[in-house]
Design a binder for this molecule. Sequence first.
Ligand code: XMP
Length: 504
Amino acid sequence: MQNAIAVIDFGSQYTQLIVRRIRELGYFSRLYQPGELRETGKPPAVILSGGPRSTLEPDAPDIDFDYLRELNVPVLGVCYGMQLLNLKFGGGVKPGNTREYGPATLLPKDGSALFEGLTDRSQIWMSHSDTCQRPDSATILGENLDGIPVALQFDDRFFGIQFHPEVSHTDHGKRVLENFLGLAEDPPEFTIDSFKDELLAQTREQVAGRKVVCGVSGGVDSSVLAALLHEAGIDTRYIFVDTGLLRKNESAEVNELFKQVGIGIETIDASEKFLGALAGESDPEEKRRIIGRLFVEVFFDAVGDDVELLAQGTLYPDVIESATSGSIASTIKTHHNRVDRIMELKAEDRVIEPLHELFKDEVRELGRVLGLPEKVVGRHPFPGPGLAVRCPGEVTEEKLEIIRNADHVFIDLLHQRDWYDHVWQAYAALIPTKTVGVKGDERSYEFALSLRAVTSEDAMTAEWAHLPYELLGEISNRILNEVAGVNRVLYDISTKPPASIEWE
Ligand code: XMP
């Protein structure tokens, strides 16, 4: 693979999106921290992202500008990135009194390559407070309705825009990125098909004939990973741990799926162990820790000393998140793939993560070209700690059974009514409170259930799905009629943030 188009991360919540948009345009791109500029090799183009800080702060994030110039490639500064470039080229930055956040209008000037093909006026998305006082040498490429420059060209290779081209609210954002990349010499092409061949070769080389063990769960990431290892002809043991916290019929379905694609898996039924260990525990973090610890114990017990390499389905957003650790996202919940035993193996260089360059939708695409059925690649994400995080308070078999049955009805109807593929995730969670109702002329005192369906691009933020009332009514009726132990159904209309997608 040629060197990637380098996106330098100044901390904006949208930075990952820049990388994604570039890949959607068919070019390969990677994210780097500002101090890693020299590690980018010779990228064909560099983008400096936006960020929450002000260039006026004494320890504001900076870039090795001399080196950036030496690279002799096109550079685009976005928001914070633009303000930084503005300073480097001798302009000023003025503190703003308020933050300009939201839509604005772009009026591009004639003849600018960056805005070629744009309409005379279009919506752009702003998020900044400081404003640029441009250096005299800079050319104005576009203004807003008040005549304030929102795009500058500093010299023949350096550009700055005050808006976010990567967010969907900017009408021609992708075109702006495409125009910018058009200035790059020989940008690296990216298609999943060619990336697959490269991944197969890379993985074979990395494994170098050693024995691999890979945990599978039936989820998208581990299934695609298994398909990749299988296709690469790598000697692998595939281990599936049934934690007892899985969805209805899940264990049987996972076995059936792998049989279909010709991969033999070892199933370990550890459900009793997990339920036993969780008995009496209702603290969410403690529950996660118990599950994480036990999972690793059961998994490595099964593996024995047989493992030379462990394959993990880590994706690019996880890599970015750990690289920027200390970020809020990484400390809200204990994710169960960051446990000591795995960290030890990592330190010994015995973990391979072949999918670590890919975003979720790219992993799905890879799964498709590897021949996995749509049922697998289109599957909603499912958390490692399973139904335990959808069962607030103490986990019991009785509660799990209710969740499984209700979830099954919910998902079944979403499939039938063609909604499943339009939501990021959907599930039923049990509300650990019994409420009074009437069933068949008799008083009932049973659990309440919450249904959650969200739309999202990356799980970092989420919107509740606007399912039709009729569908919600149908789901509720079927659950109330078919699922024993429930007499009340609620629909969760919380966005993330402040709520998270899962209940715990
Ligand atoms: P939250 O609840 O944090 O979830 O908004 C964001 C996404 O992550 C999934 N999730 C997990 N995935 N191990 C995982 O592999 C975990 O411990 C875990 N916890 C949450 C969740 O389902 C959603 O897609």
